[in-house]
Design a protein around this ligand. Structure first.
Ligand code: MF3
Ligand code: CO
Ligand code: CO
Length: 269
């Protein structure tokens, strides 16, 4: 495994790509309402990326080994879908929850971020799952600092998730990112403190925990991409791209509309 360390100019290019990815989520937010289809959200984001930002939607035709090309420009994962939902004819209805995952390429660099959205008013259980997952992402990010281990991140996420009765999806993880969409290292959302690669200034990777309200097991849908919970329980995910700095970390996927880090993070007994 080679984890590449970004130079000052590469970091600056990543700041730009990441801000643009976050701005796509800002842009799409008011359109997430009952009656809209996930395909319409995809078309709106696609046009905004290509025509307004001059960015390339990284998912479109993305085909890692063993996968057929992803046919759309964003991922929309609704309710019991965990990740990689393909936008289409699905009409969003009151009470649905969904993750919109945006990855843009600008000047050869990737910015990757996702947020949860509530369509109309969601159940207390759905809102709780979204909140716990949000806190998990930030507890993970809090562990990002030079000299720390990637296992510190996974441990912080798993410990809080499970203390709240949620399960952590194992099959998908955070990842290094830069000129490639998915680079080393893998950033697991579970694990033991002090294990795994040691973080160094200039590393850039995502933290993107997926939590299920029920059991952690997943299944792949027949479209070859969308992942769902095996027990059909709700699933949630949030994602930021993060830089390891000399003193700690910098969250790169920020913009005017990005929800702010909670002032206080939960403490697990
Ligand atoms: N954006 C996803 C991630 O966070 C990857 C999506 S791959 C796609 O890693 F092809 F489904 F878009
Ligand atoms: Co990612
Ligand atoms: Co993503």
């Amino acid at each position: 495994m080679t984890i590449n360390i970004k130079s000052a100019s590469e970091i600056e290019a990543m700041r730009v790509a990441c801000r643009l990815a976050s701005e796509v989520l800002d842009y799409i937010t008011p359109f997430v309402k009952p009656g809209v289809t996930t395909g319409e959200l995809d078309r709106l984001c696609h046009d905004y990326m290509v025509n307004v930002q001059g960015t390339i939607p990284a998912p479109l035709n993305y085909a890692p080994p063993g996968y057929k090309p992803f046919p759309k420009s964003i991922c929309t994962s609704v309710n019991h879908q965990v990740c990689h939902g393909i936008p289409g004819d699905k009409v969003l209805k009151n009470g649905d929850i969904l993750n919109i995952d945006v990855t843009v390429i600008k000047d050869g660099f990737h910015g990757d971020t996702s947020r949860m959205f509530v369509v109309g008013d969601a159940s207390i259980a759905a809102r709780r799952l979204i909140q716990v997952t949000w806190e998990c992402m930030w507890l993970g990010i809090e562990q990002v600092r030079p000299g720390g281990s990637l296992g510190d991140i996974g441990h912080a996420i798993q410990r809080y998730a499970e203390s709240m009765g949620c399960s952590v999806v194992r099959e998908f993880c955070g990842h290094g990112i830069g000129r490639q969409f998915h680079e080393d290292p893998q950033v697991l959302h579970y694990g033991r403190p002090g294990t795994g690669p040691v973080m160094q200034p200039g590393m850039i990777f995502t933290v993107e925990p997926m939590l299920n309200a029920g059991r952690r097991e997943i299944r792949e849908m027949a479209d070859g991409w969308a992942i769902v919970t095996k027990d059909h329980s709700l699933s949630a995910q949030w994602e930021h791209t993060v830089l390891v700095t000399d003193s700690g970390h910098e969250v790169l996927t920020v913009s005017a509309g990005a929800p702010e880090r909670p002032a206080e993070l939960p403490k697990v007994a």
